[in-house]
Design a protein around this ligand. Structure first.
Ligand code: AKG
Length: 273
């Protein structure tokens, strides 16, 4: 592992997060931002936008591949391999577009720690990193457009504010930190980290991608449409959980060699159309 990856790895373990600068070069990121925003605009759901002011397009890789050349960034992969060993997988690839005026969201930890979702590890959960969230800053993250709110160190607690633990999920937290950064940077954090989207007080959307990573040994099937785990845990009881569409076969076939291993567990079976 490179010295740089090692330092990032130590930060993730100690503080719960780290920031990689220039993952998308500064002279390329504007094109990626424009492309992602243009594609995501086709999915805008006025109802959802009115309520939340955030646009999440699931399995975004199926609709736009402008970010793909950067996904297997060597330094980031070094950290993921340090946390999980080889055979890392991408579990989610969604847009996270925070519209002008979007309100601050609740403190939460991501899948599989959000206690309100069907697929969750019940609190108190063990002190072990099993899933990683990355937010790709396609717009600069600033104080004005919200950035991302985190509680450093919260990844070591065995519960989060999605459970009834006496923390008001909508109130500022005493040790909260606002993460900002240049466009092209990526914040990586242990998915147990308490975090929230912040109010975007500008007239521009804050465009980002949320890519999440898992080790080969973490069962993702509750997210897989039509899987038996999903039927048992979500469909039959009528419970709530994200669903992640499979990667279309032609999209997968077009991926670069170093990116294919990240998605090969989640591809439409050959012959499906
Ligand atoms: O938009 C943000 O800054 C936070 C996103 C978030 O809460 C998430 O990806 O779970």
């Amino acid at each position: 592992m490179s010295m740089q990856s090692n330092e990032h790895l130590e930060q993730v373990r100690r503080d719960g997060f780290t920031i990689f600068e220039g993952v998308i070069p500064s002279d390329e990121v504007e094109d990626v931002r424009a492309s992602v925003f243009e594609t995501a605009s086709r999915f805008f759901n006025p109802q959802i936008r009115a309520e939340l002011g955030v646009t999440n397009v699931r399995a975004f890789i199926n609709h736009n591949q402008s970010f793909v050349p950067y996904v297997a960034d060597q330094c980031m992969m070094g950290v993921l391999n340090g946390l999980f060993g080889p055979h890392v997988r991408i579990s989610f690839s969604s847009t996270q577009i925070n519209d002008p005026g979007n309100p601050r969201t609740v403190w939460h930890a991501d899948w599989p720690f959000n206690q309100n979702n069907a697929g969750h590890i019940p609190a108190p959960y063990p002190d072990f990193c099993i899933h990683v969230t990355t937010l790709w800053m396609l717009s600069p993250f600033t104080k004005e457009n919200g950035g991302t709110l985190i509680v450093p160190g919260s990844h070591r607690t065995n519960i989060n504010p999605t459970a009834d633990m006496g923390v008001d999920p909508v109130a500022p937290y005493p040790s909260e930190v606002l993460v900002t950064g240049k466009a092209g940077s990526v914040i990586m954090f242990d998915s147990r980290m308490w975090h929230a989207a912040n109010h975007n007080g500008t007239n521009e959307p804050r465009v980002s991608l949320a890519l999440r990573y898992a080790p080969w040994w973490l069962n993702l099937d509750v997210l897989r449409p039509d899987s038996d785990d999903r039927k048992r845990m979500v469909d039959e009881p009528g419970a709530k959980e994200s669903s992640v569409p499979l990667v279309k076969r032609d999209v997968f076939d077009s991926l670069p060699t170093d990116v294919k291993p990240l998605w090969r567990h989640w591809v439409e079976p050959a012959g499906d159309c």
